[in-house]
Design a protein. Structure first.
Length: 89
């Protein structure tokens, strides 16, 4: 299955903005560390992953996500789709 990472990244970014309901006033892009910046807490991250699973028709592997750098949207997509992310780089 071919994945349009740019489109998926945009959808995830839109989801994060909606989740925050205007409460986060910092700069937010695909490289933002979602936890360090205070954009998402554990509940928000769980919601984001559920949305990603639905949109991309995948099952997320939580086991190594944090150590793999899946704390930004781009890192998350690279973790879930390593082959596609490498091709886009």
């Amino acid at each position: 299955m071919a994945v349009d990472l740019a489109a998926l990244e945009k959808k995830l970014l839109d989801w994060v903005v909606e989740w925050n309901e205007g409460e986060y006033d910092g700069e937010l892009d695909a490289e933002t560390d979602l936890f360090a910046a205070g954009v998402l807490d554990s509940m928000g991250f769980t919601g984001l992953i559920a949305y990603l699973e639905d949109e991309a028709d995948i099952e997320f592997d939580y086991e190594h996500a944090e150590e793999a750098g899946a704390v930004s949207l781009r890192g998350l997509l690279a973790y879930c789709f390593p082959t596609a992310a490498a091709a886009d780089a």
